[in-house]
Ligand binder design. Structure first.
Ligand code: ADP
Ligand code: ZN
Length: 224
């Protein structure tokens, strides 16, 4: 199964991608996670992209396309969930080329749809653990002890780009650059829309119910 997750910041792509990858044995490719990891480790790539990310801008296409192409070349045959990529038309075209070279095709593009007031609410409540990377939301999925990671007990933080000013910028970038991909994938017949306003488990069910049939059958067999 080869899946692209599309949706605004805060729509829940990361959470849903992880669940899907676990469930279906796919690799999860999150360009946001990979870039943040590089920033934290202070790699050459990290140093180049930090200023874009902190401002809520997209990092240059060639950098992310490279990351994704390498990963797909290595492990793409296993099936994958792309999360946060492609993020504009140029990236979508680059993805097509990469897949064509590998003789792979996308099965489905899931568009996680969420209203703007809900997006803002979610983003401003978002927290993460700088130690183990776990994600939380002070409203919808709070940690057991406020401000502390359930896994490792570390103090939770707000992402640099989840500050109000930057959130507004990211939403603008999303509308201008990423939202056009909805039409693009509709035209190619791959798009399925999923209402993303519910609880994590509900959204996951909605996603599973939209996947091509063989996967759903397998799902039912293992009682999951
Ligand atoms: P969100 O979906 O919540 O905005 P991500 O973790 O996907 O967060 O991305 C965080 C930041 O990383 C983006 O604002 C952008 O600067 C950068 N980024 C991630 N993926 C891409 C991409 N495909 N192209 C360009 N920049 C990206
Ligand atoms: Zn932790």
């Amino acid at each position: 199964m080869r899946i692209v997750l599309l949706g605004s910041p805060g729509a829940g792509k990361g959470t849903q991608a992880e669940l899907l990858a676990d469930r279906l044995g796919l690799i999860h490719i999150s360009t946001g996670d990979i870039l943040r990891e590089n920033v934290e480790k202070g790699t050459e790539l990290g140093l180049r992209v930090k200023k874009f990310m902190d401002k809520g801008k997209l990092v240059p296409d060639d950098l992310v396309v490279d990351i994704v192409a390498q990963r797909l070349k290595k492990e793409g045959k296993r099936g994958f969930v792309l999360d946060g990529f492609p993020r504009n038309l140029a990236q979508a075209r680059a993805l097509n080329e990469v897949l064509q070279k590998l003789d792979l095709r996308l099965d489905i593009v899931l568009y996680l749809a969420l209203k703007e007031d809900e997006i803002l609410k979610r983003l401003s409540a978002r927290l993460f653990c700088p130690n183990c990377g776990a994600n939380y939301n002070a409203i919808s999925s709070p940690p057991e002890i406020p401000g502390r990671c359930d896994n490792c007990g570390d103090r939770l933080e707000k992402r640099e780009d989840d500050q109000p000013q930057t959130i507004r910028r990211r939403l603008k970038v999303y509308e201008a650059e990423t939202a056009p991909l909805i039409g693009y994938y509709k035209t190619s017949g791959l798009l399925k829309q999923v209402p993303a306003g519910g609880k994590v488990a509900e959204v996951q069910q909605q996603i599973l119910s939209r996947l091509p049939r063989p996967v759903r059958a397998r799902e039912g067999d293992c009682g999951g």
